[in-house]
Design a protein around this ligand. Structure first.
Ligand SMILES: Nc1ncnc2c1ncn2[C@@H]1O[C@H](COP(=O)(O)OP(=O)(O)O)[C@@H](O)[C@H]1O
Ligand SMILES: [Mg+2]
Length: 1012
């Protein structure tokens, strides 16, 4: 593009910035000499001098570690960057964070931010700043109000256990970390998930000079109170612990272990660790220190024994295992040969390495447990589990490229990881960009870049790669050692352009390499790896009997970490390098599925000093980060691209022809739109499916125009909406009026035959009666309510009423039990006889009719025998009044199926056959008198029987039923006439009085007084 054009763009873009911000250019794309590395570094240096540590290459953020606190991370600064375009304001990690967030929200696509750079360049700091930005600026989901805290607090915990002071960085991450933050549809963070990669476990037992073990050990010793240290049997001095003295560097000037201890303990509780869990965790940390101090002696026959008895006791207690089992397991190994188990003693060296292996395993697995535990605390709540509407931003902060004096297996893995990330970066930016121009048919001048695929293949290829060879060597039977591995490498890889060993090298290289090293030419530079320990570290073996002991631990964390299945199924787990390779493959897939953004971190000097800009060091990083290629591709290319559809969809309101809808081909629509917007030919190109815009400015001005247009669009939409609503309301009103008219007319004609004038009204009336009826049906047979039907439904209503009643009755009957049915039948008969006739009826019928009023024992056995086959169906105590003199005599009245008998204790005094019974009389009052009328054809008969019973209603009902004399019961008001012996007549008079009484009255009548 012509220079004038750039100049204009630059002036407009930066016009809003303050003078200080204008040091150099804030986007390398704007550099005049975009092909000059020197110009790029000079720009970095000038800005760094003014504490402007951030600069863009297009959308990639380059960050230089200031090694001092800058005042640019306040809450106000965060607010400044919210919702603002990249170029309106000086470059910042917040701008990148905000842009990514907005891209996620507007495009509903998962994002990831990849932070790369070598150790100490500021990756972890950058990731923390991004996280902080989100937790401060994003809306809060009320269900997950504490999530932000927990997300933030996961950092100090993971750093305490996974970071250490190294030569390069006082707080170097010794594990890789990929963190997903999940957002709900409103953009509030609702969950998080952490994946951790390969913790550098070897650090637990060994540190290089000037380096430290993981922070947590020092924090515990410095910050833990006296009581805690006593329970853990620890001394405050780190120098007392073998695992802490290797690097000869107990303290750090830059950090306070004591303060960090407090921070970590607080964080653990915020994340949701219980006190017990924290205690168990500290037990494990302390046990590692005790393990380091466990010493061995050698016996006469070469057997090994433990010399530090107190240590091992503490150790066993802290690990929660049996002390003698632990002692044995540390000095013996268990082998399975030909299906048989054998125990064999370890020699001194073997015992030491078994001990170290245990320390590493315990620490490493506990770290994994810690991450799992944090993940549980950050996990998305159930409601979101469908994942619907959730989008994520992934943050990748993984160990940077590392070159030390002595590089071992860990550096090999770390650098391999960086190699893979570089490959991904190339894949996603350089290659894909160029390929896109090609597929879109845009004229384009290819930019050369270093493709590191060849190095990745060298490391990871199946069968031929270094990892495969290493695995093979670990598994090969017979004598294998690190040196045989090196030889195998030479055999297989000799002659590879990126691989050299001492033997294969030319004289000059040979001088700087030891015989135990191989050299890889990484994209970022040459690294010599010492093969010592490669096999062991790759094997990562822990003796089986140590595993068995750990399975028994009563520390829940260890119990969780060492699973019994692992001992039972003796399948060999994957080798460490292969595991790492596989987890990296998965990571690549995760990253590929998301829209990437990049932060490229640069370290200005090796001394961790503020204000020092070491050009050689920076140049090296600029080179291997591929910043120049990045810049060239950007410059040669187009800053922005959008597929036609998205572009048109977003900007169509800016052109009358495309607003509100474009019906032709998409490409024509875009072309019409940009012509209307006045894009110049050099500003854009149309590809096959996308529009490419060369300068950010062009897009920004379009975006500004859209923002300015929005109020107008809003008004259009509002008026359309209001119009629609008003029309809808008017329509409803019309319909309502129509309805009312119909109803009125129908009401007037309601008594006519069904006709057009009243049909709606009558239908309505009927319908509402039926609807109303449905809601108000009687709930029980006793409920007499029934809605009044309209005239046209009287017949139907009756019909329904009967149906409903029958239905209820049926339902009721179905529920009645046989016992209850019998009861009911008797009550029905009782009601037929006595209802409204006798005063005591309501009382009598209210009670349960019993099967008998006499217990079995109350009936004399002789009587029962005499009756023989005629079983007593009912028995009750009665009083019999003599015919002469009305003397009362207690008797039992027993009913069988065919006759009744009067019993005096053991004697049957009288038998009354039902067939002979002429009738039964009772009074209408509440007394218990009743008379059994006997036949009186001849004078031999004794006459009628006058009796009194407290259960007269029950008794008479039963008797009448059994005798089939229901119609012969006679309820007489006033008096009952009855036959005395030999045809003479007696009378019982019934009156009400204030006192119950049965006595002889005047004229020889019997007088019975009932209560009022
Ligand atoms: N933006 C920054 N502002 C101030 N200091 C920083 C910044 N970035 C990094 N540092 C300093 O550099 C050190 C190393 O940074 P870190 O992020 O741990 O590096 P890396 O993760 O890349 O190894 C930090 O402990 C901090 O002191
Ligand atoms: Mg780090």
């Amino acid at each position: 593009p012509p220079v004038g054009q750039q100049g204009r763009v630059r002036i407009v873009m930066e016009s809003a910035l303050t003078a200080r911000d204008r040091v150099g250019v804030q986007d390398f794309v704007l550099l005049e000499k975009y092909n000059s590395e020197a110009a790029l570094i000079e720009n970095l240096r000038r800005r760094f001098g003014e504490n402007l540590i951030y600069t863009y290459i297009g959308s990639v953020l380059v960050s230089v570690n200031p090694y001092k606190e800058l005042e640019m991370y306040s809450k106000q600064q965060m607010e400044r960057y919210r919702g603002v375009s990249f170029y309106e304001i000086s470059p910042h990690i917040y701008a990148l964070s905000d842009n990514t967030y907005r891209a996620m929200r507007t495009e509903r696509k998962d994002q990831c931010i990849m932070i790369s750079g070598e150790s100490g360049a500021g990756k972890t700091e950058a990731s923390k700043k991004i996280l902080l930005y989100y937790t401060v600026t994003c809306p809060i989901n009320e269900h997950m109000a504490t999530l932000g805290d927990r997300l933030l607090q996961s950092n100090p915990v993971l750093e305490a256990f996974g970071n250490a002071k190294t030569f390069r960085n006082d707080n170097s991450s010794r594990f890789g970390k990929y963190m997903d933050v999940q957002f709900d549809f409103r953009g509030a963070p609702v969950g998080g998930h952490i994946l951790n990669y390969l913790l550098e476990k070897s650090r637990v037992v060994h540190q290089n000079h000037g380096e430290r073990n993981f922070h947590i050990f020092y924090q515990l010793l410095d910050g833990g109170d006296d009581d805690l240290l006593t329970t853990l049997a620890l001394e405050r001095n780190p120098q007392s612990y073998n695992y802490l003295v290797k690097g000869n560097c107990p303290r750090l000037s830059s950090v306070s272990d004591k303060n960090n201890w407090k921070v970590v303990m607080k964080a653990l509780s915020v994340i949701g660790f219980t006190e017990e869990e924290v205690q168990k965790l500290l037990d494990i940390i302390a046990s590692v220190l005790h393990l380091g101090n466990t010493q061995f002696g050698e016996g006469e026959e070469g057997e090994t024994y433990i010399t530090t008895e107190t240590q091992i006791t503490h150790l066993a207690k802290l690990l929660g295992v049996d002390v003698s089992a632990l002692r044995d397991a540390l000095t013996h190994k268990k082998l399975t040969a030909k299906g048989e188990e054998m125990i064999s003693p370890l020699n001194f060296e073997q015992a030491m390495s078994a001990r170290d292996a245990l320390a590493k395993a315990v620490y490493g697995r506990t770290f994994t447990w810690l991450v799992e535990k944090i993940n549980q605390s950050l996990a998305l709540k159930e409601i979101y589990h469908s994942g619907k509407g959730c989008t994520v931003i992934g943050l990748l902060d993984i160990y940077g490229f590392e070159v030390l004096q002595h590089n071992s297996f860990e550096q090999f893995c770390i650098n391999y990881c960086n190699e893979k990330l570089q490959q991904l970066f190339i894949e996603l930016t350089l290659r894909s960009e160029q390929e896109e121009y090609e597929t879109e048919g845009i004229a384009w001048e290819t930019v050369q870049y270093i493709d590191n695929k060849i190095i990745c293949d060298l490391i990871e290829e199946k069968h031929k790669g270094i990892i495969s060879i290493l695995d093979e060597e670990c598994l090969r039977p017979g004598e294998t050692c690190d040196v045989s591995f090196l030889e195998k490498l030479e055999d297989t890889l000799g002659g590879h352009p990126h691989f050299v060993t001492h033997k294969l090298a030319n004289g000059k290289t040979r001088r700087v390499m030891s015989r135990e090293e191989f050299r890889l030419l990484h994209y970022a530079g040459e690294v010599n790896y010492n093969v010592n320990g490669f096999l062991d570290k790759n094997n990562d073996l822990l003796n089986r009997n140590l595993k068995e002991v750990m399975c028994q631990s009563d520390n829940q964390i260890l119990c969780h970490c060492f699973r019994r299945e692992e001992v039972i199924h003796q399948k060999r787990p994957e080798m460490a390098a292969t595991q790492f390779k596989n987890s990296l493959m998965k990571l690549m897939e995760i990253l590929m599925s998301k829209e990437p953004s990049y932060v490229r971190c640069i370290k200005p000097n090796d001394a961790k000093q503020p204000g020092r800009f070491d050009e050689v060091l920076v140049r090296h990083q600029v080179k291997y980060l591929g910043l120049m290629e990045n810049l060239r591709v950007r410059r040669a290319g187009f800053a922005y691209r959008r597929c036609f559809e998205a572009f048109l969809q977003r900007y169509k309101p800016l052109c009358p022809e495309t607003w509100p809808n474009w019906h032709g081909r998409l490409a024509d629509g875009v072309s019409t739109l940009v012509n209307h917007l006045g894009y110049k030919a050099e500003e854009y190109k149309l590809g096959r499916s996308k529009i490419f815009i060369r300068f950010p400015k062009t897009l920004f001005s379009t975006e500004d125009a859209l923002q300015a247009k929005k109020p107008e669009i809003v008004i259009t939409i509002q008026s359309a909406w209001r119009g629609m609503k008003a029309r809808r309301r008017a329509k409803r009103r019309r319909q309502a009026a129509e309805l009312i008219r119909k109803l009125i007319k129908g009401f007037i004609y309601r008594h006519e035959e069904y006709c057009p004038e009243n049909e709606y009204f009558l239908d309505h009336v009927r319908c509402s009666f039926l609807k109303n009826l449905r809601k108000n049906l009687p709930k029980s047979v006793l409920d007499q309510n029934w809605p009044t039907p309209p005239p046209s439904l009287v017949e139907t209503s009756d019909h329904l009423r009967r149906l409903h009643m029958r239905n209820m009755v049926m339902k009721y009957c179905r529920r009645v039990q046989p016992e209850w049915k019998k009861q009911m039948m008797q009550k029905v008969i009782a009601s037929e006889i006595f209802k409204d006739q006798k005063d005591s009826y309501p009382q009598g019928v209210g009670r349960l009719f019993l099967d008998s009023r006499l217990e079995r024992e109350q009936i004399n056995l002789k009587v029962v025998q005499t009756l023989g086959n005629d079983k007593v169906q009912y028995g009750v105590s009665v009083v019999k009044y003599d015919r002469r003199g009305f003397k009362p005599r207690p008797r039992q009245l027993l009913l069988t199926n065919t006759f009744a008998v009067l019993v005096e204790r053991t004697k049957i005094k009288q038998r009354v056959d039902y067939t002979a019974l002429r009738g039964i009389s009772v009074s209408s009052l509440s007394d218990g008198m009743f008379v059994l009328h006997m036949p009186n054809e001849d004078n031999k008969q004794k006459g009628d029987v006058v009796l009194h019973c407290d259960h007269v209603i029950e008794l008479v009902t039963k008797l009448a039923m059994m005798a089939g004399k229901v119609n012969y019961v006679n309820v007489s008001p006033g008096s009952i006439r009855f036959v005395l012996a030999r045809g003479k007549e007696g009378i019982i008079d019934f009156v009400r009085g204030s006192e119950l009484k049965v006595a002889k009255g005047k004229r020889g009548h019997l007088l019975v007084v009932s209560l009022f």
